[in-house]
Design a protein around this ligand. Structure first.
Ligand code: 2PG
Length: 249
């Protein structure tokens, strides 16, 4: 049996401000930093250790990973960074307030943009300053493949090959793997691992800073998965994530 841990970054500045984030490189809030420390301490208390770590090229995930590794006294661990673990690209919605967008376009449309499998948000146009194609962190991403917007299906299509070619060999080699990523990139991986249907994935929400353990069989099929925190804490946090995008209170 193999065990891996998935972790969404702690609260970001734009999570707090309720803005669509995607590939925008926003920082953690103080609460997000505290959540990362909490996740690291929880992993330490439960006796978790790791030989390999994976994260995106966005600082909210990288900082969360660094804090967790500090709490585990594993700051020397080899870390793999890839844009393939980035948050789903939110296209032209990036930077907009979710509640205001829901007031303008309706809750149903915003739910489709946020959670549907096959419908992309409106794309970034040429010349938009949010199109960070020349950022050196995307040097390994061919210009023509830099996303203008992604639906979850697109995120699955870029994450799963990385999972297969990079992460799976590490797991099979017996390395204990920690993956620190984003709400929707983790939804993409979980959809793949748990074979969740296109309809049911709409309901899956991942809370910030909560370690999620996957136990996998010899063929890396999930045997079970569970959050380390108490169930009522997780249910409340999931509901909070789902609520973003609704009307302003
Ligand atoms: O804005 C985003 O990039 C994501 C994650 O924070 O938000 P949502 O939960 O609305 O998909």
């Amino acid at each position: 049996m193999y065990k891996i841990v998935l972790l969404r970054h702690g609260e970001s500045v734009w999570n707090k401000e309720n803005r669509f984030t995607g590939w925008t490189d926003v920082d953690l809030t103080d609460k997000g930093v505290a959540e990362a420390h909490g996740a690291g301490r929880l992993l330490r208390r439960e006796g978790f250790g790791f030989e390999r770590a994976y994260t995106s090229v966005l600082k909210r995930a990288i900082k969360t990973l660094n804090i967790v590794l500090e709490e585990l006294d594993l700051m020397w661990l080899p870390v793999n960074y890839s844009w393939r673990l980035n948050e789903r690209h939110y296209g032209a919605l990036q930077g907009l307030n979710k509640a205001e967008t829901a007031e303008r376009f309706g809750d149903d449309q915003v739910l489709v943009w946020r959670r549907s499998y096959g419908t992309s948000p409106p794309p970034l146009e040429d010349g938009d300053e949010r199109l960070t194609v020349d950022d050196p962190r995307y040097a390994t991403l061919p210009r023509s493949r830099y996303p203008r917007a992604e639906c979850l299906k697109d995120t699955v299509a870029r994450f799963v090959p990385y999972w297969e070619t990079m992460i799976v060999p590490d797991i099979l080699a017996g390395h204990r793997v920690l993956i620190v990523a984003h709400g929707n990139s983790l939804r993409a991986l979980i959809k793949y691992l748990d074979s969740i249907s296109d309809e049911d994935i709409v309901k899956l929400n991942i809370p910030t800073g909560q370690p999620l353990v996957y136990e996998l069989d010899a063929d890396l099929r999930p045997l079970r998965s569970y959050y380390l925190a108490d169930e009522d804490v997780i249910r409340k946090a999931e509901a909070e994530v789902a609520r973003h995008g609704g009307p302003r209170e």
